[in-house]
Design a protein around this ligand. Sequence first.
Ligand code: ADP
Length: 477
Amino acid sequence: MAILFASSEIFPYAKSGGLADVAYALPQALREDTKVYTIMPLYNMVDRKKYKIEYTGLTFEYWLYGVRHQFDVFTRKDSPDELFVFNPILCDRLGLYNDHHGDFGDNGLRFGLFSYAVLEVMIRMKLKIDAIHINDWQTSLVALLAKTRYNLNQKIVLTIHNLAYQGIFPKDVMNELEIDWEKCYKFNGLEYFDNVNFLKAGIYYSDSVTTVSKTYANEIQTPTFGNSLDETLRINSFKLQGIVNGISTEEFNPKTDEYVDKNFDINSYELKKENKKLLLEEIGLKDENRALFVFIGRFTSQKGIDLLLDAMQLFKTYDANFVFLGNGEDFYNNAFAEISNRYENIHINIGYSEAFSRKLYASADFLLMPSIFEPCGLNQMISMRYGTLPIVAKTGGLKDTVVDFTDFEPNQTNFGIGISFDEHNLFWFNHAITKAFSLYSNKPKFEQISKHNMEVDNSWKTSANEYKKLYKKDINE
Ligand code: ADP
């Protein structure tokens, strides 16, 4: 069986969030016994030299609406199943989807072109593909084109990594992309309140739709979490299922992580404390005996940033250290910048840094994840691998991967343990932090849980098998 896995971002080439991690780790896990081609745009920021990305010799043109679009196909010299497509409209940018002015105005055209390229590359390179796995709105049009323009019979599997992002554009883009108005501009297609919605079309035209945890698969069929596509998802619930994400246990390994100062595992657990000491020295926070709480993630309301900002008034009074790493919406960046350097126990790093994030995972005692909604969430799984206890809101994938230490039952051996809170408000968030203090003061218990988490299996093994079953499943089953 052979799979074509199309994604707008793949770690380590280009990453804006969890999608890139999944698009790296899932194909890698599948490759144990399955042929997998990956394909992504060769953005300008991708380091061609470092990853030995070379031109394959294949260039093709595709005319749409009287405009000639050129595509050049690249691959990695040492990994020929990884494919990259260069097209200037798609790739000649400073960011993936936006810059400091906001989203690029031609994202509909850009990712429509990428969707054409995915199918053209498959056909022109004569790849023998059984199933095409597409991800989020950026590759959703692959399903529409496969079914309405190319009449392909490969099985199309769409994974929704975050329903909040749907690719909604003025409907004129249908002309630029030569999409058939009669066939596709309809309720069970692209049409969406006088605009077009790429993800909605992806849901209708794909044979199977997955999302990244079982709880989120249920949540998105309700008006609260459905982002106005709940009806579409209820109509299509017969082909919808939740498959929880895993993490790459090779990439995220405290024993080998090159960014971690003192590599450690369960047998050299004491070194985790060394990392904390070194980190505090580096960023100028004091007292390694204090509990260290960290936050890593995008500054956007989904991640519970408003709650974190409200909680600062309490955090500054606590005998504990807090570190925040992230960036995102200007409003939040500015709010964090204002607090920066104001309190002796709060450190703020506005930016994106793989290296600093790994140091935080390795050094922290607790990871804060008060998300309003969370399709799966990777941070909580990564943190557990580094012995850091997640404090999570009970939603989506956080609910499926973390159990509160007071609810833990001995038979839940492969379940991560942390602290979770139900109601999304400052009272219950603070209640969770208070529980963290009491747990931290009981060192043997804290360390027992920390070590338990390091051994929990959040690898891709089980979920990759579920995807394999899905690729094989007959379309009419
Ligand atoms: P999302 O995809 O919604 O952003 P996930 O939890 O699924 O959230 O994945 C987030 C990934 O991005 C994790 O690997 C996390 O470590 C990483 N990440 C997020 N923000 C930053 C940052 N500012 N610096 C470094 N890594 C980050």
